[in-house]
Ligand binder design. Sequence first.
Ligand SMILES: Nc1ncnc2c1ncn2[C@@H]1O[C@H](COP(=O)(O)OP(=O)(O)OP(=O)(O)O)[C@@H](O)[C@H]1O
Ligand SMILES: [Mg+2]
Length: 503
Amino acid sequence: MTALQVSKVSKSFPGVKALNNVSMTIAAGSVHALLGENGAGKSTLIKIITGIYPPDSGSVMMNGKPVRFANLRQAAAGGLGVVHQERNLVTRFSVGENIMLDRLGASALSRVDYAAIHREAETWLKLLDLEVDPRTIVSRLSVAQMQLVEIGKALSLHSRVLLLDEPTASLTPNESTVLFRILRRLRNDGVAIGFVSHKLEEVFDICDRVTVLRDGVNACDSADLTTLSRADVVQMMIGRAERITKRAPRAQPDVPPYLQLTGYASGAGHRDISLSVRPGEIVGLYGLVGAGRSELARAILGLSRQLGGEVKVAGKPVHITSVAQALHQHGIGYVSEDRKQEGLILLHSVLANSGITLWSKLANRMGFLRDSTVNAKVAPVLQRLELKTPSVYQTIGNLSGGNQQKVSVAKWIAAGVKLLIIDEPSVGIDIKTKAYLHDLIHELAEQGTAVLLITSDMPEMVDVADRILVMDGYRIKGEVENDRNYDAVSKAIMGFIHNHAAA
Ligand SMILES: Nc1ncnc2c1ncn2[C@@H]1O[C@H](COP(=O)(O)OP(=O)(O)OP(=O)(O)O)[C@@H](O)[C@H]1O
Ligand SMILES: [Mg+2]
């Protein structure tokens, strides 16, 4: 039975035809993949279904009836649940309040029974294996935890049609496995699930059917995924075969470390952390959600207190107290995992955002800064990452999620720092661009940059890092030399993680 039918939907934005006669049919009791490169139109299609944008033409039907929702609460009342790609949590509200918000509305929250809210929220958190108190204020959560809260919120609506736009983007395979267990159960109960992801392994794991968009048109409408191979799907997405890289392990540079931590302890809870990153070396930091990896990056940058041990940069003991100091005195750059909070200024243009890290440097030398200067530095990087934008003057917030991500990574790659800490660089980036991004990170290292790579994406870790430190419970549990043998390396990594039996 068809639960959701999209017919010949078109949608244009200034300078972009985002969707052109797109159709998609999602059956009740199925998990339906919606695939395509960055900027292909996936999120736009979801926003049209949920009523955020009106279509220029075409129709959306649920259970045989045309629908046009005016807002999210109407959609929820109509049996449609959604997790959008960009986060929509009210960060100053608690986890529990956020989960209940769409049903109550912010104004009703003052009159409700908080104990009941938190009890109900707790059942969803438990189901998702998320160990946080529902009274926790959302701004204190990690990006992955916020993503799980959004998912819990959508699940709590008990909708018959559930649309998930990159729900697993910042999750590790373990958290995703828990989510998939829930999705399978919902599917068996007859729920129609739309699922967007750039992780093709999981798409083949969880999805039955597939719609592929390419440049805003259907590369396939609604096909049986079991009859298709990965190569078929990639061909439809990018119009050619996937480039499979198998990099050789790189020779380790024989130079002293640029960054060295010895017996380091932080106010965030890290204990006894010893690690080093040499110029030209890519050190990976792997761990599950909550292991303390991003928190370590933030602690190194002075965002939490150092409680013990020693930090050396270029052989000298240092005491870093701010991100600005890290950048200007020590040449340390940080691609934050939380683009929305820290990385990009969404209301500014691509050009302005690209330049932020370069501004002080270039402006100091020349006294003033011209767009053409910034553009000359970052444009080549953005070009290699195939940024899709009508112009560099486009407001960042209007780019697709993956294209926003490209800008935030590109500006740091172009910034020419000595040590680059990269936290989840390819979240939301399509498979084609990911290969280019990995090339760029390798080139940085070849040019002598020290790189500390935090990623939850195991294939990425094995493709990019030279050696991998495994973190669990705010400590380093082990180190794995990366010989690029995927199965052996990932097994060795997981062997260091305490509760990996959950997977
Ligand atoms: N509000 C908007 N204003 C202008 N252009 C927009 C707006 N929203 C989307 N676009 C453009 O429409 C196209 C499709 O974007 P969309 O976000 O649907 O892509 P996507 O398939 O979800 O990509 P991604 O994988 O990166 O999330 C892009 O070219 C994007 O820049
Ligand atoms: Mg999107």
